[in-house]
Design a protein around this ligand. Structure first.
Ligand code: NZQ
Ligand code: ZN
Length: 389
C-alpha cells in the first residue's frame, strides 16, 4: 500500500427530505447565491419549488441559471462566471446530476481567477481558490457530489477534459434517494455503470497489500449488481435507490482508491466518445470498459481472476486462470447488456470513421501515455476502440 493523504470535507445529509435543508445549509456560506440546474427535470418534478421555498425561508437571495446540458459546455460555465461577478454571488447551489455539479465547480474556480477558466482543464493552471459550492443530487452516477473532479466540454474543438483538485469538493451534498425515482431506466442504468467503473478504475492495480480497499471495492460492486436491477424493475424502490445513491457517493469520493494508483484510461477514452458523439457518459463506459479489460487482462491475470471469483462467484480454473479472468469480463459485459446498455460502438450507431481522431485526442501525459495499470500509447487506444466496434 502506498502512503496517502485524504481530504473529504463534504458534509453529507442523506435521506428523505434532505433537500429541504438546502436553504439552511446554503445560508452558512452566503446570503446571495447562484441556483444552478439542468434542462427542466427539477421543474417538472416539483423539486425547484421546494428548493426555492427552502432558500426564501432562510432569507437567502438567489439568482438562477438553468440549461446545463449533459456533457456540460464551457460556454454556460463562462456565462455563470459573468453572472457571479456582476451579481456578487457568494455561493453556488447545484441541483441535478453530475453535469450540473461539474458546471458549479467550474464556475466556482472561474470567478476568482483572472485568466480563462479553460486553463484549469488544459493543464495550464491549477486552481487555488473557489467560490464554495453545494449540491442537491437527482441522479446517482458521476459522484461529483463527493469527488474532487469536474469535467467540462469545450465546444471549440469538442474537447472534453477533467480537472482534479481538492478545492472543488462541495461543502455539502444533500442526498435524498426519492429524488431519483423519476429517472428514466436508461439514466438509471448509465449511472449504475458509471458507479461500477469508478470502482473498477481503482480496483485494477498492481499495488500489493491493498486487501482492505480491494474488499471495499468488491462490496460496492456487489451492491450495485444487486440493487440496480431492482431499481430498474421498480423505479420507486426506496431501499434499492438508497443503496445506489450511497454507492455513487462512496465510489468516487476516492475512499476506495486510497493507497493505490487508479488507472483511468477508460474514462479518458470515453470522454472522447461523449465529446464527439454526445452520448451519455455511462453508456460510453459500458462500451469502452469491457474492451479495455479484454485488451489489458493478460497484464495481471490473477487480479482479473480475483475480480471474477469475488464479484461474480466464478468457479476458479486453477489450471488455466486466464479462463477465470475472461469469464469475469464476460459476466460484467453481460450485466451491462441486461441493464439495457450498449456494449459495442455499433449499438450507439458509431462506426470506425473517427476512431483515429479519438485516439489522437485522447488525453495523455507529456510522455504520450494514457492509463497507469497498463501504460497505453496512441495505437493501444486505437486498438481498444477497434475492439469496441
Ligand atoms: O437536465 P435535466 O433536466 O436535469 O435532466 C437530466 C439530464 O438530461 C436527467 N436527470 C437528472 N436527474 C433526473 C433526470 N431526469 C429525470 N429524473 C431525475 N431525477 O438526466 C440527464 C443526465 O444528467 P447528467 O447530469 O448529465 O448525468 P450524470 O450525473 O451521469 O453526469 C454525467 C456527467 O458527469 C461527468 C460525465 O463525464 C458527464 O459529463 N463525470 C463527472 C465526474 C466528476 N465530476 O467527478 C466523474 C465521472 O466520471 C464523469 O466523467
Ligand atoms: Zn465516470
Amino acid at each position: 500500500m502506498q502512503n496517502f493523504e485524504y481530504l473529504s470535507p463534504t458534509k453529507i445529509i442523506f435521506g428523505q427530505g434532505s433537500e429541504l435543508r438546502a436553504g439552511a445549509e446554503s445560508a452558512r456560506f452566503g446570503k446571495k447565491i447562484l441556483l444552478l440546474y439542468g434542462q427542466g427535470n427539477i421543474k417538472v418534478s416539483g423539486l425547484y419549488d421546494k428548493i426555492v421555498d427552502s432558500l426564501l425561508n432562510e432569507g437567502v437571495e438567489f439568482v438562477e441559471l438553468g440549461g446545463v446540458q449533459p456533457n456540460p459546455r464551457l460556454s454556460l460555465v463562462e456565462k455563470g462566471i459573468k453572472i457571479c461577478r456582476e451579481q456578487e454571488i457568494g455561493f453556488i447551489l447545484a441541483v441535478g446530476g453530475g453535469s450540473v455539479v461539474d458546471t458549479a465547480k467550474a464556475i466556482g474556480i472561474g470567478v476568482p481567477y483572472q485568466g480563462k477558466v479553460w486553463d484549469f482543464y488544459s493543464d495550464k493552471a491549477l486552481p487555488n481558490e473557489s467560490l464554495p459550492t453545494g449540491a442537491v443530487i437527482t441522479l446517482a452516477a458521476a459522484g461529483s457530489e463527493t469527488s474532487k473532479s469536474s469535467v467540462i466540454t469545450n465546444e471549440d474543438g469538442w474537447f472534453k477534459r477533467g480537472l482534479n483538485s481538492d478545492i472543488t469538493r462541495p461543502k455539502f451534498a444533500l442526498l435524498n434517494p426519492e429524488l431519483t425515482f423519476t429517472l428514466p431506466s436508461y439514466q438509471t442504468a448509465c449511472g449504475s455503470v458509471d458507479i461500477m467503473v469508478h470502482v473498477l478504475e481503482r480496483y485494477f492495480t498492481d499495488e500489493k497489500n491493498v486487501d482492505l480497499t480491494d474488499r471495499l471495492c468488491e462490496a460496492t460492486l456487489c451492491s450495485v449488481l444487486k440493487y440496480a436491477p431492482l431499481a430498474l424493475r421498480c423505479p420507486d424502490d426506496f431501499p434499492a435507490r438508497a443503496e445506489i445513491m450511497w454507492a455513487a457517493a462512496i465510489a468516487h469520493s476516492d475512499f476506495l482508491g486510497l493507497g493505490r494508483l487508479g488507472d483511468w484510461a477508460s474514462h479518458k477514452i470515453e470522454h472522447e466518445l461523449s465529446a464527439i458523439y454526445d452520448v451519455a457518459h455511462g453508456a460510453g463506459l459500458a462500451v469502452i470498459f469491457p474492451a479495455w479489460m479484454k485488451y489489458v487482462c493478460r497484464h495481471n491475470i490473477p487480479r482479473f481472476a480475483q475480480f471474477a471469483q469475488r464479484v461474480f462467484r466464478v468457479e476458479p480454473d486453477l489450471e488455466f486462470p486466464e479462463n477465470t479472468a475472461l469469464e469475469g469480463i464476460k459476466y460484467l459485459e453481460g450485466f451491462f447488456r441486461e441493464m439495457g446498455m450498449p456494449t459495442r460502438l455499433k449499438d450507439l450507431n458509431i462506426g470506425d470513421e473517427r476512431l483515429g481522431e479519438m485516439a489522437d485526442k485522447c488525453r495523455r501525459t507529456p510522455a504520450g501515455i494514457t492509463g497507469n495499470f497498463v501504460e497505453l500509447k496512441r495505437n493501444d487506444v486505437l486498438n481498444i476502440l477497434q475492439l469496441a466496434l
